[in-house]
Design a protein around this ligand. Structure first.
Ligand SMILES: [Cu+2]
Length: 256
């Protein structure tokens, strides 16, 4: 083969690799969520009676589930899964007596009736404390808090430096930042997307997925309540590059 043919096949190979990410969205994939991922519900009174997720394919009730847990990993749902075939949706009622201000994780698993494949995922929503007392406490906390945060540098095998920061790095809302540079200090320009995936295996939470926002050349940021409980979180960062392999880097973080 001459070099043009080899280049052609190399491009096909790279394209094939970046397309494989899209296959995650096959099977019974979620379309709509209520509450929505990362939603901040402004008061306990506004929390819906149910959590409902609709899918691209019909869930098989005997092998599908939804579980809603608080930050102590206690269920706050009524374990009364309902499957609405026509809407290809699953829902579960919330025990409103157990809903207090805080961060909640929805874990779902679905066996598709259509193709027999299993898909699973998690997402978070939170309920704000709207009391005046709490707002005053928050202001005090914010002013006295020493922000330690998390920051780590990694050099990848192909000479990219990834700097990953989390602040304040505790249960609840955090800001995640990723800075990418080449080892010579210049920003990495050929980035298409940066994905985050959160898993907390000991609490069986996740994967919770997020796409970071581009702030500047090589700088990406995201805000969310993904660290919804304490324990060890595995955060997978995928940097999808144009005309280059994806970079996958995992950061293991201990949240107390
Ligand atoms: Cu499938």
């Amino acid at each position: 083969m001459n070099s043009i043919v080899i280049t052609f096949f190399a491009i096909l190979f790279i394209m094939g690799n970046s397309l494989s990410l899209l296959q995650v969205y096959g099977h019974a994939s979620p379309i709509t969520y209520d509450p929505s991922p990362n939603e901040i519900i402004d008061s306990i009174q506004s929390v819906p009676d149910k959590v409902t997720i609709s899918f691209t394919e019909s869930p098989e009730p005997r092998a599908s589930s939804i579980k809603v847990v608080n930050s102590n990993n206690e269920r706050i749902d009524k374990n009364d899964l309902q499957v609405l075939d026509a809407e290809k949706s699953l829902s579960i009622s919330l025990d409103k007596s157990k809903v207090v201000p805080g961060t909640y994780t929805v874990d779902w698993i679905v066996l598709s009736k259509d193709d027999g494949h299993i898909t699973k995922g998690s997402y978070v929503f939170s309920v704000a404390d709207d009391s005046i007392q709490n707002q005053q406490q928050q202001v005090q906390q914010n002013s006295t808090e020493v922000s330690s945060g998390y920051s780590k540098n990694v050099t990848t095998p192909d000479n990219m430096i990834l700097t990953f920061d989390i602040s304040p790095n505790k249960v609840g809302q955090n800001t995640f930042n990723l800075f990418t540079t080449h080892t010579n200090g210049t920003a990495v320009e050929n980035i298409r997307n940066v994905f985050l995936e959160f898993n907390n295996p000991t609490k069986s939470l996740g994967p919770i997925a997020d796409t970071m926002d581009k702030i500047d050349s090589g700088k990406y940021s995201s805000v969310g309540n993904y660290l919804s409980q304490n324990g060890t979180w595995e955060i997978k960062v995928t940097v999808q590059r144009i005309g280059d392999y994806d970079i996958n880097q995992q950061f293991d973080i201990e949240i107390k």
